[in-house]
Design a binder for this molecule. Structure first.
Ligand code: NAD
Ligand code: UDP
Length: 366
């Protein structure tokens, strides 16, 4: 039996695929590469030494999705596929509603057709909107305040309705806080298109010299140093949360939301300082106006995930910064092929020694 991973070529999806393969689970991956590259999946294979089936399919294409289910014995689904840029979602909201909602409806309909009713869904702390109730528990009312967040909130509500119509479903709604970092090998990581919107990839591009300085959005928030506070979580910890959630949905029926965060908030200035300490790179910055829509403080109460999933984040901010830096340093242009043209004449996808000098040609540590 296999786990279907939608959006498996993306930032969090690749890290989850690695952890799933490393724990000897069979996976089938679907991605339309709207925000990712084939090379990311090559790296997953290289890192794990394991192969898996991949379908370059779009969730909006119901026929292709049906083929995936008829050609594989799928028993559960981890559903990462979705568009995720908050700013862009305000510019092209219909694209976001169509992709995220219609994609999920298609997926659930095909799942139902094939009798597959175990689902782990990528939701987001964005569903809480602005709240003064920190640390945020799962009971805080949902009040998403941008189109992207509303797609996540609507999907959660839709999945509750689905469960109520058929209580043999089992669904985990994972509300991620701020995923950052990269696999410790430096082979996979976040590869944003163009100028990054999020703090950590922006800092990493300043460190590698692609951007001159960081703009810190707001120095007058009611926080200890005036900058915004978030709950940053290492992407490998987050990936492992999906393995725990899969165990949970396999063993039960029901629908439950879970916060996946560390429970600890750091300000922007603390993140800059931690990055500088972990990497010995100087990050020039300038404090500018607040970014519209940003909350002052947002961090999780992650106790429910500990009590019910037996999951807790293990990696600290220093490790998040170090792993981000290794990924950025060795892949300054992300997964772009030209970074991988090999001096030794090996095909670009099999010679990694020049991007990750601590690895041998098979991607394993010396
Ligand atoms: P990502 O963009 O790197 O990965 C998403 C993947 O889904 C991409 O590879 C993209 O090509 C694919 N995809 C999108 N629409 C598709 C479609 N219609 N059919 C097939 N594939 C499709 O994003 P990520 O950071 O890995 O996020 C994964 C999930 O987690 C998303 O649903 C996102 O909204 C959610 N999330 C992310 C964050 C974050 O900060 N990264 C925070 C909270 C929630
Ligand atoms: N931030 C910043 N400069 C940037 C990007 C982000 O100062 O270039 C701040 C932002 O205002 C917030 C924190 O960093 O306080 C995290 O922002 P990010 O976009 O990474 O996550 P989100 O706002 O979605 O929580």
């Amino acid at each position: 039996m296999a786990i279907l991973v939608t959006g498996g070529a993306g930032y969090i999806g690749t890290h989850a695929c690695v952890e799933l393969l490393n724990s000897s689970q069979e996976i089938v991956v679907v991605d339309n590469f709207s925000n990712s590259k084939q090379e990311a999946l090559n790296r997953v294979r290289l890192l794990t030494g394991k192969d898996f089936r991949f379908y370059p399919a779009d969730l909006l294409d119901r026929k292709s999705l049906t083929s995936v289910f008829s050609e594989n014995e799928i028993d559960s689904v981890v559903h990462f596929a979705g568009l995720k840029a908050v700013g862009e979602s305000a510019v092209v909201p219909l694209r976001y509603y169509d992709n995220n909602l219609t994609g999920t409806i298609n997926l659930c309909e095909v799942m139902r057709e094939f009798g597959v009713k175990k689902l782990v869904f990528s939701s987001s702390a964005t569903v809480y909107g602005h709240t003064n109730n920190v640390p945020i528990t799962e009971e805080v009312p949902l009040r998403a305040n941008n189109p992207y967040g509303r797609t996540k909130q609507m999907i959660e509500e839709m999945l509750v309705d689905l469960y109520e119509s058929d209580p043999t479903w089992s669904i985990a709604l994972l509300r991620y806080f701020n995923p950052i970092g990269a696999h410790e090998s430096g082979l996979i990581g976040e590869d944003p298109n163009g100028i990054p919107n999020n703090l950590m990839p922006y800092i990493a591009q300043v460190a590698v010299g692609k951007i001159r300085q960081l703009h810190i959005f707001g120095g007058d928030y009611p926080t200890k140093d005036g900058t915004g506070i978030r709950d940053y979580i290492h992407v490998t910890d987050l990936a492992n949360g999906h393995l725990k959630a899969l165990n949970y949905v396999r063993d039960s029926t029901g629908i439950q939301p879970f916060n996946l965060g560390t429970g600890r908030g750091y300000s922007v200035l603390e993140v800059v300082e931690a990055f500088e300490n972990a990497t010995k790179k100087h990050i020039p910055y300038r404090i500018v106006d607040r970014r519209p829509g940003d909350a002052a403080v947002c961090y999780a109460n992650p106790e429910k995930a500990l009590n019910e999933l037996n999951w807790v984040a293990e990696r600290n901010l220093e490790q998040m910064c170090r792993d981000t830096w290794h990924w950025q340093q060795w892949n300054p242009n992300g997964y772009e092929k030209k970074q991988l043209i090999s001096a030794s004449g090996l095909p670009y996808a099999t010679d990694y020694t020049h991007i990750a000098p601590h690895l041998n040609q098979k991607g394993h540590k010396h």
